[in-house]
Ligand binder design. Structure first.
Ligand code: GTP
Ligand code: MG
Length: 618
């Protein structure tokens, strides 16, 4: 797997060094006695190149072409071969005095186009120019390698083109610092991420099973037991702590890759890097981080079975003390394969934690569901950093896209697991306490929290007719104009909150209902907060109960959280969200309500009967 679709090789060098001869020799496999000044551009089809990438070879001749053409060709090429003649000192001197500076001048001082130094006509000399080339390689980082060949005797001809191809497909500069003789910082970072993902039991050692899985995933072939032992022996011989408890440490893993590169086997390291999503500049590709996912109108996004499984295992991997909660360092570790920590301190007030504020497995999964519902590209991106693709084929299997809500309404059933509730209310009515109550936190506890880190979301599970569903509460700030934008209206249930101790708070709920929810299909629940206090009469033309009755809303639900949180309200909201067509949600209060209704009906019927009896007897 490589990121380049084709390779373009340009040959430059002084007149008469043998550029055209080299190209024609490669094509015909024999040395042409007479050559034109310039060979036509040739294309080698993918299936006959060692790396299976179509390759174009371009000649340049100053006899026929001017510098404009040369500059254009330089810009188009992926690799440049500077040809010199080993028997011509001038052509050697011109590599540093002319050609390398010329290329830098045109492509930029820090250009990334690799250069290969090719000494032709080695049939004419019996000593090598390699010693002369070495300092040039040190002075010019763009020089990838040097090779000596002969068009006349066909020596090293195909090798030379193979090196050129390799220089493009497995570029050294990004992974290896030739001056320092070690991996680049970027490469170490990438390989460290890979190591952590592959260290499934998080013991900082790749044991034999982990190495085997790694081998299989990257190279699609198992590693022979003997090779594994050989590899470990090499590491052991060369560095201390490279092999620990008969497994490969990070140090050993990095050493192995340094060794591969130093021995010219860049492709091994590159194959690994590409399997984990890296491009030529060691950035994770867009395709790896953000594969396109289609979410239709009315559909929502939830974690799939696979991603839930992956995330649970990840939690257990990093919950090192096995206490069911992630301490701050454990959480930091969990996200150490990501470019940054995605969760801020407000997460602790968005989901369930223990009394230290450490996130539980339950809270951790809830936070992932929240991200997946509100910002699915972010879930997909972070799962990519975390190595979801290492154990699953496709990133997209992480997300379930639910069917259009309209169909759910028609069929009167839903398979969705996450529902969204918007909480609206005047200032100070108790919206935040209602949100925090969802996490089982009473007022006393909420008072201890840092107000700066409070969140306008909370999410937790709720039992809806025996099934566990996620209910996401979102406190919506209503603009001065009373307007709600489409996202602020986009919810499965609305919760309108007023304060029984403040007579001017129900009017807001009534106004919001009339303005936004009356004509929508969004079920609405009116919630009376602070009901540990006696209710004061609201300044409104109707009482809240009369209002609800008039608009066929469930009666106002009372809520208090001063000590014990009254959790009825969350069950009701989740049930209304999951079953929007069921107008009357039966709960303990309503059963009473219903009974009363029934008794009234029986009495009414009795009255009718009595009346008839009276009439018939008259
Ligand atoms: P320009 O197009 O003028 O820039 O030259 P070029 O680099 O294309 O050189 P060309 O291929 O025309 O070769 C120049 C001369 O060197 C010819 O006479 C070739 O026969 C000869 N020549 C090329 N390669 C070799 C080689 O490997 N060994 C020997 N002995 N002669 C060679
Ligand atoms: Mg030529």
């Amino acid at each position: 797997m490589t990121s380049k679709k084709e390779v373009r090789i340009l040959l430059v060098g002084d007149p008469g060094v043998g550029k055209t001869s080299l190209i024609l020799t490669l094509v015909s496999e024999e040395f042409p006695d007479e050559v034109p000044a310039k060979a036509e551009e040739i294309t080698i089809p993918a299936d006959v190149t060692p790396e299976r990438v179509p390759t174009h070879i371009v000649d340049y001749s100053s006899q026929e072409q001017d510098e404009d053409v040369l500059q254009e060709e330089l810009s188009k090429s992926n690799v440049v071969c500077i040809i010199y003649s080993v028997d011509d000192d001038d052509s050697i001197e011109r590599i540093t005095s002319y050609w390398l500076p010329y290329i830098r001048n045109h492509l930029g001082e820090d250009h990334k186009t690799p250069v290969i130094l090719v000494g032709n006509k080695c049939d004419l000399m019996d000593f090598s120019t390699e010693e002369v080339m070495r300092p040039i390689m040190n002075d010019f980082a763009e020089v990838e390698t040097c090779v000596e060949c002969s068009a006349k005797t066909l020596k090293n001809i195909s090798e030379m083109f193979y090196y050129a191809q390799k220089a493009v497909l497995h570029p050294t500069a990004a992974v290896y610092n030739s001056e320092e003789k070690e991996l680049t910082l970027q490469c170490k970072k990438a390989l460290t991420r890979i190591f952590k993902i592959c260290d499934l039991d998080n013991d900082s050692i790749l044991n034999d099973d982990e190495v085997n899985l790694f081998q299989l995933k990257c190279f699609h072939a198992p590693l022979h037991a003997q090779s594994l032992e050989d590899v470990k022996a090499i590491v052991k011989r060369n560095i201390s702590d490279g092999v620990v408890n008969n497994g490969l440490s990070l140090k050993g893993f990095l050493f192995l890759h340094t060794l591969f590169i130093q021995r010219g086997r860049h492709e091994t390291t590159w194959t690994v890097l590409r399997a984990f999503g890296y491009d030529d500049n060691l950035q994770l590709t867009k395709e790896y981080l953000s594969p396109k996912i289609h979410v239709g109108l009315g559909c929502t996004t939830e974690l799939s079975f696979q991603s839930l499984q992956f995330l649970k295992i990840l939690f257990q991997k990093y919950d090192e003390d096995n206490d069911g909660h992630l301490s701050p360092p454990e959480l930091q570790n969990l996200f150490s394969t990501c470019p940054m920590m995605p969760w801020g301190p407000d997460v602790n007030n968005t989901v369930c934690t223990n009394h230290n504020g450490w996130i539980s497995l339950h809270g951790y999964l809830a936070q992932w569901e929240l991200t997946t519902l509100l910002d699915v590209p972010r879930t997909i991106e972070y799962l990519a950093y975390l190595g979801y693709r290492y154990l699953n084929d496709s990133q997209l299997s992480a997300v379930t896209v639910t069917r259009d809500k309209k169909i759910d309404l028609e069929k009167k059933q839903t398979s969705r697991n996450v529902f969204r509730c918007h909480v609206l209310g005047a200032k100070g009515v108790g919206k935040t306490s209602l949100l925090q109550g969802h996490l089982n936190r009473n007022l006393r506890y909420v008072a201890t929290l840092n107000k700066e880190h409070l969140s306008s979301f909370t999410i937790n599970t709720v039992q809806v007719y025996g099934q566990e569903k996620y209910l996401l509460l979102h406190e919506v700030d209503v603009a001065v104009s009373d307007m709600l934008n489409p996202t602020e209206m986009n919810c499965d249930v609305a919760c309108l909150v007023y304060d029984v101790t403040n007579p001017r708070t129900f009017e807001f709920c009534a106004r919001m209902y009339m303005k936004h929810f009356l004509d929508s299909r969004i079920p609405t629940l009116v919630v009376a907060c602070k009901t540990e206090h006696p209710a004061i009469r609201q300044d409104y033309i109707m009482t809240p109960a009369q209002f609800c009755n008039k608009y066929k809303l469930p009666p106002p639900q009372s809520f208090t959280c001063i000590d014990k949180v009254n959790k009825e309200v969350y069950i009701k909201l989740a049930t209304m969200a999951a079953y929007p067509h069921v107008r009357e949600i039966i709960s303990r209060d309503e059963r009473l309500y219903l009974k009363i209704g029934l008794v009234t009906a029986v009495l009414a019927g009795l009255g009718f009967l009595v009346y008839r009896m009276n009439r018939s007897s008259s």
